[in-house]
Design a binder for this molecule. Structure first.
Ligand SMILES: Cc1cc2nc3c(=O)[nH]c(=O)nc-3n(C[C@H](O)[C@H](O)[C@H](O)COP(=O)(O)O)c2cc1C
Length: 332
């Protein structure tokens, strides 16, 4: 496994710390589909082809969303180390196969807002538990919308009764389609449950209670405990659709960074979040959702936000495992 070396004027220990922060990002099924190549003048972010979900995510869209989220964490960590991150997304021949390259764009003193977001990184978790019956206030909603905007993306808040009913139907239809897709179910099973010593996947303690088709919002089934009678889901969570302005890798990477900024902003406001990705994963339902949003915005993920009680962290691979040797070919 490759050693972490000095880069961007930072010591190997500082670079390692920044990469460990990047790796705390959320990722589809906790696949952690990112790798890093460290050179003196740059840190390259690459996709990890061995972590693709060919059935669930055939176009690697969620892989890039996840990598975008890791990139956002990396940017925060570098700022905290006094480095102004100069990011080139999709660098092409400059770094073949890379999704992004980060260079040193001078020095910087991290501001209070970014310091608070960085502090939230280890506390942000996907929370699949029922939420409390408390509403997210307009100030908090505004902060989430602004977080997406600042990362060149759009957060559509689903407010009207009709829109919520329509989205619920799309979630249910997509969920049902995925339940009958053996390849999708096999990928889910591969990243679910008790897997001793696992450094990826969703362990039972993070799975949330078992979903049921009649749920208001039907969640992915990570084989959590059966639901206790009377412990139902909240009636009225805040539901949002995170969208990009472009279709394709650039939009995916922008939305991934926005996703992480929205989730960290939520964490700083004491909010919990979970995902309802089914309608964006099933292509034809995603087209329906896109039309429902007016046809221009590109839906990237659906989030449910509210107040809950803490959940344990999910595991992560070590930084050493994420490193690409400088002379190793990075397959894309
Ligand atoms: C693009 C993307 C899509 C996801 N979709 C779902 C989903 O549909 N259902 C779900 O329960 N979790 C979903 N997750 C959450 C991941 O399972 C979670 O991030 C991962 O298990 C790591 O756990 P953590 O977020 O608590 O760190 C998604 C995450 C990402 C980044």
């Amino acid at each position: 496994m490759a050693q972490v070396t000095a880069a961007l004027g930072l010591t190997p220990e500082q670079v390692e710390r920044a990469l460990a922060t990047a790796a705390l990002a959320p990722s589809v099924h906790n696949t952690q589909p990112w790798r890093f190549r460290v050179r003196r003048d740059r840190i390259e972010l690459h996709p990890d082809p061995s972590r693709k979900l060919a059935a669930t995510d055939p176009e690697d869209r969620e892989l890039r969303l996840s990598c975008g989220a890791a990139l956002y964490n990396l940017r925060l960590a570098l700022q905290d180390l006094g480095v102004r991150p100069l990011v080139t997304v999709l660098p092409g021949q400059d770094a073949p196969g890379a999704l992004a390259v980060v260079r040193r764009g001078g020095t910087l003193k991290i501001d209070d807002e970014h310091r608070a977001l960085l502090k939230a990184v280890p506390h942000r978790r996907t929370n699949r538990k029922p939420f409390l019956e408390a509403t997210v206030d307009p100030r908090q909603r505004h902060a989430l919308v602004r977080a997406a905007e600042l990362e060149r993306s759009w957060l559509h808040v689903v407010t009207t009764r009709e829109d919520r009913a329509q989205l619920k139907k799309l979630v249910q239809r997509a969920h049902e389609i995925q339940l009958h897709d053996e390849a999708v179910q096999a990928e889910l099973a591969a990243f679910t449950g008790h897997r001793p010593g696992a450094t990826d996947g969703v362990p039972p303690a993070s799975a949330g209670v078992r979903p049921a088709m009649q749920d208001e919002w039907v969640f992915r089934d990570f084989q959590g405990p059966e639901r206790q009678p009377g412990k139902d889901y909240e009636s009225d969570p805040l539901v949002v659709v995170l969208c990009s302005f472009y279709d394709g890798p650039l939009g995916d990477l922008q939305a991934g960074q926005a996703l992480q900024r929205v989730l960290l902003t939520a964490t700083t406001h004491g909010l919990s979040a979970s995902f309802l990705s089914q309608p964006v994963e099933v292509r034809r339902i995603r087209e329906d959702l896109r039309r429902a949003l007016g046809g221009l915005l590109v839906p990237q993920t659906v989030l449910r936000l509210g107040f809950s009680t803490p959940v344990p962290p999910t595991p992560r691979r070590s930084v050493a495992e994420l490193m690409i040797e400088s002379d190793e070919h990075a397959p894309c």
